[in-house]
Design a protein around this ligand. Structure first.
Ligand code: WQD
Length: 384
């Protein structure tokens, strides 16, 4: 595969085969302005996801060019240079960068990380190694190869239990799990780098709320290994018959919320992926988004944005929405609270809306419909 295609910017996506990564790769390819390179260790993903993304992008490209043929550059933009390697192995990451040479990679979208809050309290060193050391190593290698633009995948968990909801970016960062602390640490490391080299580094950190749904084609979607920990993929697995004796344990209904269950800000994964495109655009010197994103920053070009709808949805509301989408009669049982859960996490999306033009337009019904469409077409996920 070519190391440089005229007109296309090489963008490295770490975790490109994952649920969010694959939808980000799809959106990058749709612009036909980027050539995507992916690094993934497949700890929680399968290479098939990237094959599906490339097929989908090629189909959509051909359909939109018909009856003309796509140009070589357009065809190139639908190919993924996929590398199976681990970010905790600097030599293998360096080899990927070396393939494209100094300055060969225009920017990095860094999504790869371990992300289970509960698990992080059991194996913190694994989380610090995989999320923090790996990010440090990635930044050092980027520096060696004159690559100094990064979009970093952060999380609403950096806010811990927020003083108020909706949560603005100015809220103090106070994570209360090792996972959340890895996200705060990486934001801090990246921020310090941008302050140290303001003429070189530019970074945007995206604080995800709760991504949900799948591409409406049903070709790509969330495919966690083993039993899903997150609510929506678990409900999808129940409806498609992957969970014997499906009984949804509701982790507490005694929270200070409308129906007593936890409230979260769910947004469609394609809206979340769209936010990454806007962030990359904002890292382009001279672009309008670059001017608005970094207009008011004094201490280095680092900016954090919430990606959410600004709308809270409770566990019971999610179960009801999935019952409607799947026709499955979910049985629920209220049990004790889950460690690390906070009553409500709702984004204040105003800053991303104002400075990046971000909008999470898809509604809950669409998220559930797209999730179910993916799951029923792929009962076993990407495993054939
Ligand atoms: C949603 C709600 C549960 C399962 C997690 C990570 C977070 C982020 C997104 C990375 C909660 C309730 C769940 C179940 C339940 N990941 N629930 N029964 O916890 O908001 O966020 O994913 O950034 O870091 O923590 O998402 O889907 O796990 O839970 O009652 O069997 O559903 O209590 O209130 P969460 P979730």
């Amino acid at each position: 595969s070519s190391s440089a295609t005229p007109g296309l910017k090489n963008v490295l996506v770490t975790g490109g085969a994952g649920y969010i990564g694959s939808h980000v790769v799809y959106c990058l390819q749709k612009t036909r302005r980027y050539k995507v390179i992916s690094i993934d260790n497949h700890h929680n993903s399968l290479p098939a996801a990237l094959t599906r993304v490339a097929e989908l992008s090629l189909e959509e490209l051909k359909a939109s060019c018909s009856p003309d043929e796509p140009t070589p550059s357009q065809l190139e933009s639908t190919k993924v240079d996929a590398h199976t390697c681990d970010l905790t192995d600097p030599a293998s990451v360096r080899a990927v960068f070396a393939k494209y040479g100094k300055g060969g990679i225009w920017g990095v979208v860094h999504i790869a990380a371990y992300k289970a809050v509960g698990e992080s309290t059991e194996i913190p060193l694994t989380y610090y190694a995989n999320n923090v050391s790996a990010t440090l190593s990635l930044l050092q290698i980027m520096s060696e190869f004159d690559c100094s633009r990064i979009v970093y995948s952060s999380s609403a968990t950096v806010y811990g239990t927020p003083p108020e909801v909706p949560i603005p970016e100015s809220t103090r960062l106070k994570a209360d799990s090792p996972y959340g602390r890895t996200k705060v640490m990486c934001e801090t490391i990246i921020g310090d780098l941008c302050s140290a080299e303001p003429d070189k580094w530019q970074a945007i950190s995206l604080r995800y709320f709760n991504p949900a749904g799948a591409h409406p084609s049903g070709r790509i979607g969330e495919d966690p290994r083993g039993r899903p920990g997150n609510l929506l993929p678990l409900l999808a697995h129940m409806a498609v018959g992957r969970i014997p004796d499906p009984l949804l344990k509701v982790f507490g209904n005694d929270y200070p919320t409308e129906d007593g269950t936890c409230v979260r800000d769910y947004l469609h994964v394609l809206d979340l992926a769209g936010g990454h495109l806007l962030a990359l655009e904002a890292l382009e010197e001279g672009s309008e988004l670059n001017a608005t994103a970094f207009a008011d920053v004094k201490d280095g070009k680092f900016k954090a944005y919430n990606l959410g709808k600004g709308k809270g949805m409770s566990v019971y509301q999610i179960v009801e929405a999935m019952r409607k989408a799947t026709g499955f009669g979910y049985k629920t049982e209220v049990v004790g609270r889950r460690r690390g859960d906070v009553p409500a996490l709702i984004a204040d999306p105003a800053l991303a809306q104002k400075e990046l033009g971000f909008s999470a337009a898809h509604d809950l019904e669409t998220m559930c419909r797209d999730l179910w469409n993916w799951q029923k077409k792929n009962p076993k996920g990407y495993e054939t």
